[in-house]
Design a protein around this ligand. Structure first.
Ligand code: PEP
Ligand code: MN
Length: 337
């Protein structure tokens, strides 16, 4: 439920409504736009249904929200969220590109890759130190050693970094190094992990589960936000369908759908979304035109030698070319790169 105040509602009138809500033990979320103030209400609305809010001074109307997610809901907070990662703004006019290897393999490769992607205009280094692999016999990541390599690389290149956490231990370790915490597709509904990242002050990149609906993704974001962390960005990374021509089916319509339902920034991962390097560029471009706020792309100096996801990784030349081409797509979308 939200209470929409009149365009010229006085500070006092807004405070008065909030006071009544708090007296009734409801959580209050204020969204103060240029024109109107919206008071979002969190809690069991049955307890306040008898209160005639519409009769109170300054109140325009009461709107019942049917979706179970509130803090992530655009009706609750119509102002787009811009996440400031130490100066890099995600969700603003500028498209933000995150790039790097699937997994951190050694210091040299990650530092080289970081410097190269920075030269091409990327702002954030991606890379996994904890890899949730389908097979227990596949490379599982370098863990803390990998975090250290990645931290050195991002510092040397002047980038921010995003890395995946898979449990409490990896979260505690990553907090010392990373700027953004990534929740992978396989953990999108690991509710305890979502709550744990929700209790940190680091921005979160939340990836859509392999067979998760858009509403389930938004409810997962709500788990994080309900703990107090509102810096959540959502990532479309492809879903399971009957199609076998691609690793996953990149659901690009999720971008405008999400934009219609939430104020949170939306990122697209065309690498995991397709599983094939030759499909990464066309889908990256389409994602920008569809309204994505950013991209996360796998780049490896020698994809044929990569310890994971070589088939979907761009080499340096391909990434450079893509970054040049993306500038025009950003322009079409009314954005900059
Ligand atoms: C990744 O980004 O490295 C990754 C494992 O992605 P996803 O969780 O989307 O499979
Ligand atoms: Mn990968």
């Amino acid at each position: 439920m939200i209470i929409v105040m009149k365009p010229k509602a006085k500070e006092e009138e807004i405070k008065n409504v909030c006071r009544v809500l708090e007296e009734n033990k409801m959580g209050v979320h204020l969204s103060q736009g240029d024109e109107v103030t919206i008071i979002g209400i969190i809690g069991d609305k049955k307890k306040i249904l008898h209160i005639p809010f519409e009769q109170m001074e300054g109140v325009d109307r009461v709107v019942h929200i049917i979706e179970p997610y509130k803090l992530a809901n655009k009706n609750f907070n119509p102002v787009p969220t811009v996440i400031d990662v130490d100066g890099v703004k995600i969700g603003g006019k500028e498209i933000v590109v995150m790039a790097g290897p699937c997994a951190i393999e050694n210091q040299e490769m990650v530092t080289n890759t970081a410097k190269f992607i920075k030269e091409c205009g990327a702002k954030i280094l991606r890379g996994g130190a904890y890899k949730p692999r389908t097979s227990p016999y596949s490379f599982q990541g370098l863990e803390v050693e990998g975090l250290e390599y990645m931290y050195n690389a991002k510092k040397a290149a002047g980038l921010k970094m995003v890395t995946e956490v898979i449990d409490k231990e990896s979260l505690e370790n990553a907090l010392e190094y990373t700027d953004i915490l990534q929740i992978g597709a396989r953990n999108m509904q690991n509710f305890k992990l979502l709550q744990a990242v929700g209790r940190t002050n680091k921005p979160v990149l939340l990836k859509r589960g392999l067979s998760a609906t858009i509403d389930e993704l938004l409810n997962a974001a709500e788990y994080i936000m309900a703990e107090g962390n509102s810096n959540v960005m959502l990532c479309e990374r492809g879903i399971r369908t009957f199609e076998t021509a691609t690793r996953n089916t990149l659901d690009l319509s999720a971008v405008p759908v999400l934009k219609s339902k939430t104020h949170l920034p939306v990122i697209v991962d065309p690498s995991h979304g397709t599983g094939k390097w030759n499909l990464v560029a066309p889908m990256a471009k389409a994602a920008i035109v569809a309204g994505a706020d950013g991209l996360i792309i796998e780049v490896h100096p020698y994809p044929e030698r990569a310890m994971s996801d070589g088939d979907q990784s761009l080499n340096y030349d391909m990434f450079k070319k893509l970054m040049e081409e993306l500038a025009d797509c950003a322009k079409i979308a009314g954005r900059t790169l």
